[in-house]
Write a protein that binds this ligand. Structure first.
Ligand code: PLP
Length: 454
C-alpha cells in the first residue's frame, strides 16, 4: 500500500486534472476517483490501499486471458526491441500484421478472410460503415446508405458508432447524430424477421424497419450477436439465422459487432459461431489483445474484397488510421490468441457458463428480487425486480442495481449495473481463466451484497 499522503495526492490530482470517460463530472468532483488500481494478476485487481478485488467484468469485458501475463509483456518487449512500429499505408507491411491477418482468417467462420486494422471497436464500426457505403456507391447503388441498428445496441462513441448505437444517453450526448442511421425497436422476434406480418411487433422488427425505409436504401444491418452494454440480451435459437436470411433476401450486408463476443467470451471463438451464421463483415476489438494494448479489426469476406477490387480498379480506399496494423499491437494479439487456444479458454468459458448458471439459480432461490438470470459462456447477467411474481420493477429513484453493485464493491467484487426504463440488471464478464471455485466466491459475494440491499 502507498503512504496515505501519496494516496491523497493522487486522488486530488485525479479530481483536478483528469476528465474520466463515462463518469459523472459532478460526482467525480465531489468524491474523486472510485478506485485507483496499481496491479493486476489473474482475475484480481489490487488498488493502492492494497485491497484485492475480483474483476468480474474483465475490466471492460476485455481482459479475456486475465491480468498480469508475463508472456505478453515479453512478446511486447521483443517486438518493440526489434520493430516497434512501421506503417501499413501504400502497401507497406511487416510480419506481425501478416501473421495476424492469416490467423484471423483461420479462426473466423466462412470466408471472412480479409482484415483491416484499427485501434478499437468504435473505429472498427466506423470503418465498416464507410467501407460498406463506399462499396454500394462503386456498385452503382448510391442510394444504399442506411445502416439499421437495434434499440439498446451499443457500437461505440465515435460519431458513426454513436449514431448506430441505440441507447438514448449516448445519442443525446452526440447531438450531431449522423444521417441515415435507423433503429429497429422490437427485440429478438424471430417470426417477425422471417416475415410474420400478423405479429403486432412486426413494424418495429429489423425486417419491418427495412421495409419501411425502402429495401433499396439500406446498406447494412449491424447487430451484436449477444447484446452487451445495453443490458445483456441473448437472442433465441434461430434469430440470427433469420437475420442472415433477411439480409440475403434483400442483398443487404450483415455486420456482426463481435467487440464483446469475440475471442471466446460466449464459449465459442466468436458469438456468431453459436448459431453457425457467417456475417459479411465482422468488427472486433477488446479480446483480440485481451486489452494488453489497443487494437481492433474489421474482417470482411474474400468475396467482398474481390468485388471491391473489381469495381474500383483505379481507386484507392481512402481510409486508414496511423495505427492501422500497429506492429507491436499485432504481435501482442498473436500471443494473446495463442494463449486463448493453448489454454482452451473458449472451452473453459463454456464450462463455467454451467457453473455460473448454477450460482444464479442459487441466488434466485435465496433472494426474491433476483430473476431472469442468463449466461452464454462467461457473459452473463440477471435482473432485479421489486416483486418478481407480479413483475413489478424497482422505482428508478431507488437505484437498485447501482446500490447492489455498491455493496459488491464493499465486498471486493467488481460487477456492472445496467439501468434503463424500469429495468435494473447486473452484468458479468469474468476473465476466461475463471475457475469453479472463483465462480463460487463471486456468487457468495453477490449473495451477501444482495442481502445487504434487501
Ligand atoms: N461495440 C461493442 C459491442 C462494444 O461493447 C464496444 C465497447 O464497449 C464498442 C463497440 C466500442 O469499442 P471501443 O470502446 O473500443 O471503441
Amino acid at each position: 500500500a502507498l503512504e496515505n499522503t501519496t494516496i491523497n495526492e493522487l486522488k486530488e490530482s485525479d479530481k483536478k486534472y483528469f476528465l474520466h470517460p463515462t463518469t459523472s463530472i459532478k460526482q467525480h468532483q465531489a468524491n474523486g476517483p472510485s478506485f485507483i488500481f496499481k496491479e493486476g494478476k489473474g482475475i484480481y485487481l489490487t488498488d493502492i490501499n492494497g485491497d484485492q478485488y475480483i474483476d468480474a467484468m474483465s475490466s471492460l469485458w476485455n481482459v479475456n486471458i486475465g491480468h498480469g501475463r508475463e508472456e505478453i509483456a515479453e512478446a511486447a518487449k521483443e517486438q518493440m526491441s526489434t520493430l516497434a512500429y512501421s506503417s501499413c499505408f501504400q502497401g507497406f507491411s511487416h510480419e506481425p500484421v501478416i501473421r495476424l491477418s492469416e490467423k484471423l482468417a483461420s479462426i473466423t467462420p466462412g470466408d471472412l478472410n480479409v482484415s483491416f486494422f484499427t485501434s478499437g471497436g468504435s473505429e472498427s464500426n466506423d470503418t465498416a460503415f464507410k467501407l460498406i457505403r463506399h462499396y454500394w456507391k462503386l456498385k452503382g447503388e448510391a442510394k444504399r446508405t442506411k445502416i439499421i441498428g437495434v434499440k439498446r445496441g451499443y457500437h461505440g462513441i465515435t460519431v458513426g458508432a454513436t449514431s448506430a448505437t441505440g441507447i438514448d444517453q449516448f445519442q443525446n450526448m452526440a447531438t450531431a447524430k449522423a444521417p441515415d442511421f435507423v433503429h429497429a425497436t422490437t427485440r429478438f422476434k424471430t417470426n417477425c424477421e422471417l416475415g410474420d406480418k400478423s405479429d403486432p411487433d412486426y413494424a418495429g422488427s429489423i425486417r419491418g424497419t427495412i421495409e419501411k425505409e425502402g429495401t433499396e436504401t439500406v446498406a447494412a444491418i449491424i447487430v451484436e450477436p449477444v447484446m452487451g452494454a445495453g443490458g445483456l440480451f441473448i437472442p433465441p435459437a434461430g434469430y440470427l439465422q433469420a437475420l442472415r436470411k433477411l439480409c440475403d433476401e434483400y442483398g443487404i450486408l450483415m455486420i456482426a459487432d463481435e467487440v464483446i463476443c469475440g475471442f471466446g467470451r460466449t464459449g465459442k471463438m466468436f458469438g456468431v459461431d453459436n448459431w453457425d451464421v457467417v456475417p459479411d463483415v465482422m468488427t472486433v476489438a477488446k479480446g483480440i489483445t485481451s486489452a494488453y494494448i489497443q487494437l481492433g479489426a474489421v474482417i470482411i469476406t474474400e468475396r467482398l474484397r474481390n468485388e471491391l477490387a473489381e469495381i474500383s480498379p483505379n481507386d484507392v480506399f481512402f481510409h486508414g488510421f496511423t495505427y492501422s496494423g500497429h506492429t507491436t499491437a499485432c504481435a501482442i494479439a498473436l500471443k494473446n490468441i495463442e494463449i486463448i487456444e493453448r489454454e482452451d479458454l473458449v472451452g473453459n468459458a463454456k464450462r463455467m457458463e454451467a457453473e455460473l448458471m448454477k450460482g444464479f439459480k442459487y441466488l434466485e432461490n435465496n433472494h426474491s428480487i433476483v430473476t431472469k438470470s442468463r449466461a452464454i459462456g462467461l457473459l452473463a447477467g440477471f435482473e432485479l425486480l421489486k416483486d418478481r411474481e407480479k413483475g413489478v420493477p424497482f422505482d428508478q429513484a431507488i437505484m437498485a442495481a447501482p446500490k447492489v453493485v455498491g455493496e459488491c464493491h464493499k465486498r471486493k467484487l467488481i460487477v456492472r449495473p445496467v439501468v434503463f426504463e424500469g429495468s435494473n440488471s447486473i452484468v458479468f464478464a469474468p476473465p476466461l481463466i475463471t475457475n469453479k471455485e472463483q465462480v463460487e466466491t463471486i456468487i457468495n459475494k453477490l449473495s451477501d451484497a444482495i442481502s445487504a440491499f434487501e
